[in-house]
Design a protein around this ligand. Structure first.
Ligand code: PGA
Length: 257
């Protein structure tokens, strides 16, 4: 982390778990365990139908509500889709795009991720852009090339002002939901590489200001070491974000100087 130049963000990704009716007790338990002084922005990304409840009950602990996906289209005949304007209207401040599960199960391409990020920015929502290599790519030593390509494509056509609202999440696919975390060194190396890619496109100042998160089996035990890395500005947390006590421990792990 480097709190001097950029925001530290701990974001939960609930995926297709939990119910809207469980949000109130979740937030109450989280609140009991959260530190009094806030050292990071807390975000909880949930299925869109749960965002209004998150906005309502999350207010007290200053939790920002987020979506997990968005349509690239502004509006129209796209049955089942949810637009950026609709997310903004119910109070979403963030939205994940390009999660590896969307890429894998819904065939989402890097070009589509770029369109979705732009759709969110147009409505004032911060995209959390997920990138990350597969195990095969890591073993072939293609990690940085592949991730650099993903970042460049996702940010195509996004100007420096809009970049300030963007968050990048480095999530090696082999670490998601597997309990196999990247080592702090591996995660730092790629996050540093991502910042270098952004520096090449936008220059030093904008690159220094972008929050880059690590995601992939981050938990109450390994968060502190990962967050101690200079280019890791927070986490995108799946499994551990469903447990309020564990999630609060990760939030507390941002309090290090
Ligand atoms: P995990 O998920 O923390 O359960 O590995 C992370 C993610 O998918 O964003």
């Amino acid at each position: 982390m480097n709190r001097k130049y950029r925001k530290t963000i701990i974001a939960g990704n609930w995926k297709m778990n939990m119910l809207a009716s469980e949000i109130k007790p979740f937030v109450e338990q989280l609140k009991e365990n959260l530190p009094k002084t806030k050292t990071c922005e807390i975000v909880l990304c949930t299925p869109a139908v749960m965002i209004p409840a998150m906005v309502k009950y999350g207010k007290e602990c200053k939790i920002a509500a987020g979506g997990e996906d968005v349509s690239k289209f502004e509006k129209g005949a796209y049955t089942g889709e949810i637009s950026a304007a609709q997310l903004a209207d119910v109070g979403a401040k963030y939205c994940i795009v390009g999660h590896s599960e969307r890429r894998e199960y819904h065939g989402e391409s890097d070009m589509l991720v770029n369109e979705k990020a732009k759709a969110l920015l147009a409505k004032g929502i911060s995209p959390i852009i997920c990138v990350g290599e597969s195990l095969a790519q890591r073993e072939m030593d293609l990690t940085m090339e592949y991730v650099a390509y993903q970042v460049k494509t996702a940010l195509s056509g996004i100007d420096a002002t809009q970049l300030r609202r963007c968050v990048i999440a480095y999530e090696p696919i082999w670490a998601i939901g597997t309990g196999k975390t990247a080592t702090a060194e591996q995660a730092q190396e790629v996050c540093e590489g991502i910042r270098a890619v952004i520096r090449k496109i936008y220059g030093a100042r904008p690159a220094r200001a972008v929050s880059i998160l690590y995601g992939g089996s981050m938990n109450a035990k390994n968060a502190e070491e990962l967050l101690a890395q200079p280019d890791i500005d927070g986490g995108l947390i799946g499994g551990a974000s469903l447990k309020p006590v564990d999630f609060s421990v990760i939030v507390k792990a941002t309090d290090q100087d």
